[in-house]
Design a protein around this ligand. Sequence first.
Ligand code: CTP
Ligand code: MG
Length: 550
Amino acid sequence: SLQKLDNFLHRCVGTDVAAAQTETARTDESDETERHKSLHTLLEERQKQAERSVLISCQSRTSEKKFLKHLSRHGDVQKYFFYESYGLYAVVEFATRESVASLLEGTVIPFVSHESVVPFKSRLLSLRNLSSTDTPNQQSGHKCQPQTTIPINELIQRLSREESINQQLTFLTEAYQITEENSRLRFLVCSLLKDCAAAYFPECDIKPFGSTVNGFGKLGCDLDMFLDLDSISGWNVKMPKSGLSLEFQMKRANSERAVTQSILSVIGECVDQFGPGCVGVQKILNARCPLVRFAHQPSGFQCDLTANNRVAMKSTELLYLYGELDPRVRSLVFSVRCWARAHSITSSIPGAWITNFSLTVMVLFFLQKRNPPIIPTLDQLRDLAGPEDKCVIEGNDCTFVSDFSKIRLQSNTETLEKLLCEFFEFYSTFSFSRMSINIRKGTEQNKPEVAPLHIQNPFETSLNVSKNVNATQLDRFVALCQESSWLLQQNVTNVPSGSINPTPWGLATLLLPSQVAGIKSRKKMRREPASERIKGLLESLKNKNSAKRS
Ligand code: CTP
Ligand code: MG
């Protein structure tokens, strides 16, 4: 029967066993609820899966079959997959947490010569193969799930083979978005980290936020996490009106910020000293939002851990909602983010650059400004909210509707191609010098303070999301919008050439190094004089157009 189980599991690689069963039973109606699953439900589901999962380094390259057989001695394996990150790793999800406990019970603390180990036990394990019958390099062709996006050059080629700009925009979204497996790995890393933090705060929770869960994350984006201590019991226990009652004696600090800093400092230290796989821990406690930054080596994620960051969770929820309302929202955001990265408008290093978050808000604002609007304003979403949606955080009104079915959209039928074109046009001529971008009102407002780029924070309305952006970076953004708008208006279409290396066209041309002198990205400076490159580009456009006519 073990053999049977094995065969069964083998067929289920990369699929969720339970989900596969419900898949067949699902009706159209439940499809609808599935599509509009609230972020809350999604988080809970993923969190539960993560708690039943382990992460295993499989250096010994044992056969998949043997590996599963070994694991299923502890209980049913619900789902598993392999990925590569400086070695082979497996994420294994059991059907119950008891199976994980049983697995850990039989796990050995390694003996290392000349070194000592910190005996902190986690669910990050290594597979050792001690049997002499297996040759260590017996690679059994584990199918690995990608955890990074395809390189930009390959993307450009793939896009150039698509037949329309609409298809290009859809392809890019599909190629870049976080996969099911990558999402599971992200939640698993949060869950592993929670085990560290739970040493101090057993009831705590570590939740991902930002692009990991807002629907706009691409493979390889950072992992933003937030330590949630609000849901621990005791905050809301009512003091009786009379008689005896007990309260906890607790250390006090001058401010909530000071408390956050001390908690993050201690947990940062714990992650640094005891957290297996966590390297390069930096405590950045004096930032506006204090954080601990580190790399989680086995997953390859760059992690940012914050605490007491409820507003960010709300803005994550809002972005998720906007992305779910209309598929054009996500496609446009993905394409604009990819375009911005290709031209170093955004960067992985903090600085005076526009951030992905700012860019996303700019896309949302643009979509609110269409006629008819594609998405509602935040004020409209607030007006649709029911009593259960009421939310005020540190004096900021963060209320907006959570029930998707209450939102009525206007019937705008513009194509993605049209929207991309209009996006570049819109920001080519936007009055950045006088106006502030405001998704709460859905119209530009007079700038309340001087800053080259002003984007009102949707919830902390006195803050500017893009305060860090300097005039040079804004100018580059505008110049690139102008260039991209011009390129798209050349109306070049795809000429099927059947070549393996098709000439870039449409969205693909927008991702090539900029042709406009002075706005080249710092990295991509070429020796060739600008005039040469412009000549080259015009030449290729001419060829395309004449091929189209003939
Ligand atoms: N955030 C915010 N205000 C800011 C910056 C960030 O409210 N000025 C919140 C947003 O919810 C954002 C999250 O913090 O989504 C994480 O910030 P960041 O990692 O900078 O952006 P992401 O949206 O995660 O995008 P990226 O893929 O670049 O990480
Ligand atoms: Mg992020």
